[in-house]
Each structure stands twice: as C-alpha cells, then as structure tokens.
Design a protein around this ligand. Structure first.
Ligand code: ZN
Length: 226
C-alpha cells in the first residue's frame, strides 16, 4: 500500500503544477498540509510550480523545519497560525494571482457572480494590510480575519484558501481566482447580479457529494501529466 505521506507529497506536487499551468502561482506562493503528530508538509522557499518530491519539507507547528533540504517559506507563520486556529483545516494554499489582488482592493469585495463561486457564499473577508505575514502575530491576525470561512483575501497582496483535503483545496484555489476574474469582467457591464444564498446552498450541496471533485481535479491534473 502506498505510504500516505508519499501519496500526499505526490498530490501536492501535482496540485502546484496545476496552479502553475493555470498562471495562478509564479515565483511566489506556497502550499501545506497537516500530517500526523502536528507536523506539516510544506512547499519550501522556492517557486511552488517547480517543486519536486525531494524538495518538500516537514515543519512543526511553530514553523521549525524537521525534515528536508529546503528552507521554510517566508510566510510560514500564516500557515501555522491558521492550523492552530482551525483544527478542521487540513491543507492551505497561499498565492498572489492578479485577479485576487485586484478584488482585494476594490470596494465590492468578492461576490458570488458565477457558479464557480458558490463555495464562497458565506463571505470572503479581506485582511486589511499588504505587509507579508512573517510573524506569528501577523499570522494570528490573518487566521482571525479568516474565521470559519474557507478563504481570505489579503489587501494588495493575494489570497489564502483552506480545505479538508488537497483535491478540495485545488478546486477552491482555482475557483476563487475564476470567480474574481468573472467579477472583474462583469463589472464593466454595469451593476452585478449575484447568486442568492438559497441558490448557493443548493449548489454547494451538489459540490459536497462524495467524489464530486474527482472529475474536476482529474481534468486539471491531466493537463500537467503526459
Ligand atoms: Zn504572500
């Protein structure tokens, strides 16, 4: 049987390659996932789309490296603070797509204007500072702003997404950017119509059925493997 940490590592490398292919990560951005005994698997301080299995590192809940050759990324404190505040969060993506930066500084905030945005119907708060999250004090503030939601925007900086598994994390990570992109496109057409809470709840139930992410994730992964 495949070692569960090895399987998680392989999924993480593929998820980063998908985000790179979609233009959603570049030089910066990072992904992590909780493993047993309060240890965290993380991409290191390097472009996430270029990470190979051997580059992944294991850190503890204080961000100290336990295993691997790479160094922890500069915003590790954001990951550890969120894991401490959210026992339900199993994995985290932090990235800086232009679409998220644009919406993070707009007056409207992120709106559910398309079906790909229904995951975010409970609201996507904005952390109101562009300063990088390089200390546990700042990490705690981002975790506090995130609250019990699945995504937070950081003003003029990017976004952070949390999920229970890597497939869902990848889906939410892509869908958050697509939602922002559609909102930006639609804004030039006049006032926006947004999905109602009832419409979102109806669709979220559909998204949360077992294996709902399989077809979605398989499509994107097929784009990055031969
Ligand atoms: Zn950042």
């Amino acid at each position: 049987m495949l070692d569960p940490i090895q399987s998680l590592k392989e999924k993480m490398v593929l998820a980063c390659k998908v985000l790179q292919k979609q233009g959603m990560v570049d030089v910066y951005g990072h992904m992590s996932a909780r493993v047993a005994d309060d240890r965290i698997l993380s991409t290191p301080h390097m472009p996430p789309g270029k990470v190979a299995l051997r580059d992944l590192i294991i850190i503890d809940m204080d961000g100290k490296k336990l295993e691997g050759f790479g160094e922890p990324n500069g915003e590790t404190a954001m990951h550890t603070s969120i894991y401490k505040a959210r026992p339900d969060a199993q994995c985290i993506l932090h990235y800086h797509p232009d679409e998220l930066v644009a919406v993070s500084v707009g007056a409207q905030g992120l709106k559910v204007v398309a079906n790909c945005g229904v995951h975010f119907y409970r609201g996507t708060p904005i952390y109101d500072s562009p300063i990088l999250i390089r200390s546990s004090q700042l990490g705690d503030k981002v975790a506090e702003t995130l609250g019990d939601r699945n995504a937070v925007l950081l003003r003029g900086h990017g976004g952070t997404v949390v999920a229970n598994d890597l497939d869902t994390l990848l889906r939410l990570g892509i869908d958050l950017v697509r939602t922002a992109r559609i909102q930006i496109m639609a804004a030039s057409l006049g006032p926006l119509k947004t999905h109602s809470e009832t419409e979102c709840e109806d669709m979220v139930q559909f998204h949360e059925r077992p294996n709902a992410n399989r077809r979605y994730v398989d499509y994107y992964i097929s784009e990055v493997v031969d």
